[in-house]
Design a protein around this ligand. Structure first.
Ligand code: HEC
Ligand code: HEC
Ligand code: HEC
Ligand code: HEC
Ligand code: HEC
Length: 163
């Protein structure tokens, strides 16, 4: 092999190592829910993330939504038994949030989806992920970069309530 070919041959290995390293940054969740597994069943984002009025948040589903299937599916799994306990006691599952911005920043999912942005634009390839980590830059710099590209305002008061 030429040195170039040898180097190229290491690329797929590097990609696997890199994605493993990134996934290692994912917070440990109370229940090992996998987006990849569930999207493969034919579920759509909106089945669980319903974007209730006025449209700012997407929301995270209650355990009762999961139990629609898990009442019967895999009910002997310890993870599903833990899920059932949350559903029975009507307690919120303490999911560790991956994307969160402070309350002093104005942001609306509905307004952004109306501009043609997709989930993947801001959250990466969720549908292929077993675990989620903050893989896209949606901090202030990332917001402003996209606003600049799309001729949307970058006035401080556009995203921050005037005091
Ligand atoms: C069966 C229900 C279900 C479906 C379908 C689903 N999700 Fe989720 N989603 C969850 C649950 C539960 C969590 C919290 C656990 C986690 O972060 O993995 C979550 C978390 C997320 C988060 C992280 C939120 C945060 O800030 O912590 C994003 C982003 C997300 N989902 C995007 C998507 C996208 C995009 C799709 C469609 C491709 C999708 N989800 C489909 C249940 C679902
Ligand atoms: C449309 C039906 C459906 C819904 C709704 C659903 N699941 Fe599942 N879930 C499944 C199926 C089917 C499997 C098994 C997939 C497999 O093994 O290939 C599964 C597997 C799982 C597993 C792995 C269990 C194990 O021990 O192997 C967990 C954990 C899980 N689901 C959590 C959730 C959570 C949390 C929600 C709600 C946010 C949810 N599921 C909503 C159908 C569903
Ligand atoms: C323009 C960027 C952008 C797009 C497009 C986007 N999101 Fe988000 N998402 C965010 C930001 C920013 C947050 C953090 C919001 C906060 O903390 O108030 C977030 C938070 C979330 C959360 C956590 C719960 C919540 O409502 O805060 C979920 C779930 C989520 N997004 C799912 C989705 C899904 C599903 C889609 C596609 C239908 C999507 N997002 C499209 C930027 C985006
Ligand atoms: C994918 C590109 C993109 C990203 C990423 C993005 N925006 Fe936007 N944003 C837009 C576009 C395009 C508009 C529409 C501007 C218009 O209608 O003139 C907009 C509009 C807005 C508006 C005004 C509409 C409303 O919701 O009231 C606010 C506020 C806003 N963005 C805040 C943010 C914040 C905060 C972030 C980061 C957390 C962010 N945006 C990330 C493209 C983006
Ligand atoms: C497109 C949306 C957007 C615009 C425009 C914007 N910001 Fe921000 N700003 C954010 C977000 C999102 C955060 C939350 C921190 C983070 O995730 O980076 C933030 C955080 C901040 C913070 C707190 C930083 C910290 O580390 O705690 C300050 C101060 C701030 N912004 C000042 C400004 C000023 C001054 C301007 C005008 C030059 C401005 N912002 C314009 C989105 C925006």
């Amino acid at each position: 092999m030429t040195p170039l070919r040898r180097w190229l041959a290491t690329l797929p290995v590097a990609a696997v190592v890199l994605s493993g390293w990134q996934a290692a940054k994912a917070p440990e969740q109370p229940i090992p829910y996998s987006h990849r597994t569930h999207i493969a069943l034919g579920l759509e984002c909106r089945n669980c993330h319903t974007n209730p009025d006025p449209g700012e948040v997407m929301g995270i589903p209650k355990a009762s939504v999961c139990m629609g299937c898990h009442q019967t599916v895999k009910k002997d799994s310890p993870h599903i038994q833990k899920l059932a306990t949350f559903a029975q006691s009507r307690r919120e599952i303490p999911w560790v949030r991956v994307y969160q911005i402070p309350a002093y920043v104005r942001f609306s999912h509905r307004e952004h989806l109306a501009t043609g942005a997709t989930c993947a634009t801001c959250h990466g390839e969720v549908k292929t992920r077993d675990v989620l980590w903050r893989e896209a830059n949606i901090h202030m710099g990332g917001c402003m970069e996209c606003h600049l590209k799309n001729q949307a305002s970058n006035d401080c008061s556009f995203c921050h309530e005037p005091k």
